[in-house]
Design a protein around this ligand. Sequence first.
Ligand SMILES: Nc1ncnc2c1ncn2[C@@H]1O[C@H](COP(=O)(O)OP(=O)(O)OP(=O)(O)O)[C@@H](O)[C@H]1O
Length: 258
Amino acid sequence: MNILEIKNLTKKFGGLTATSDISMSVEKNSITAVIGPNGAGKTTFFNMITAVYKPTSGDILLNGKSLVGLKPHQVCHFGITRTFQNIRLFSEQTVLENVLVGMHQRLKSHWVGTLLHLPAITREEEQAKVEAYKILEYVGLEDFVNESAGNLPYGAQRRLEIARAIASQPKILLLDEPAAGMNPKETKSLTDLIHDMRTRLNVTIILIEHDMKLVMEISDYIYVLDHGELIASGKPDDIRNNKRVIEAYLGKEASSLG
Ligand SMILES: Nc1ncnc2c1ncn2[C@@H]1O[C@H](COP(=O)(O)OP(=O)(O)OP(=O)(O)O)[C@@H](O)[C@H]1O
């Protein structure tokens, strides 16, 4: 069953066409990669799914319902969350507080109730903290709970971004270059985490990534963009041997990847 359908999605910035007539189907509980050279339109594509940009034309259907015209927080409410290419954490806040922010969307608390220390609100806050701690344990950051987010090593900051994203219990998680700047050991453990999130948390994952070893190892299906156009799609084996993809992006060593 397809959880997400992208239909003929085009985004123009003045005279520049960032994505042109892109269509995709994303199966529920799959791991899908979107790859392509710099400037291919990958982040623009994510920005349209998350309602940061309104498409010039085309449609985005989540379980058959159009997301076009919604606000970013509404898209999040419907179950799509993302991480960013450039890490966006509240660096002065603690690791735990960053995860609590991700949960905010789901919590019923109202600031008046919080201010008055109403018992129901306090209980909800306590439960949220317990849950946030469990999420941090899940991503392997339990030793950093009270550390300022900005003090974490780089790979841990990327994990914290993922922790914050899964705190909203998304149906679809969009990861924008999750392995960027990671060393091979961090990348390996990220690969395991992505696999595990799909299996244990039942999340559908779509990732933009330049690390082709990771992409080929992890993806069920891959879409390739070049200059805003969809030039290929298929399983990792099809993509690594696709002549057009090799010419536009992967290079000749591609068939040895994965
Ligand atoms: N807000 C904007 N205004 C004008 N042009 C933009 C805007 N956002 C993106 N673009 C242009 O759209 C094209 C696609 O950019 P995009 O960032 O989506 O590519 P990308 O595939 O994510 O690249 P990278 O791998 O470098 O992140 C580029 O030519 C970029 O300059």
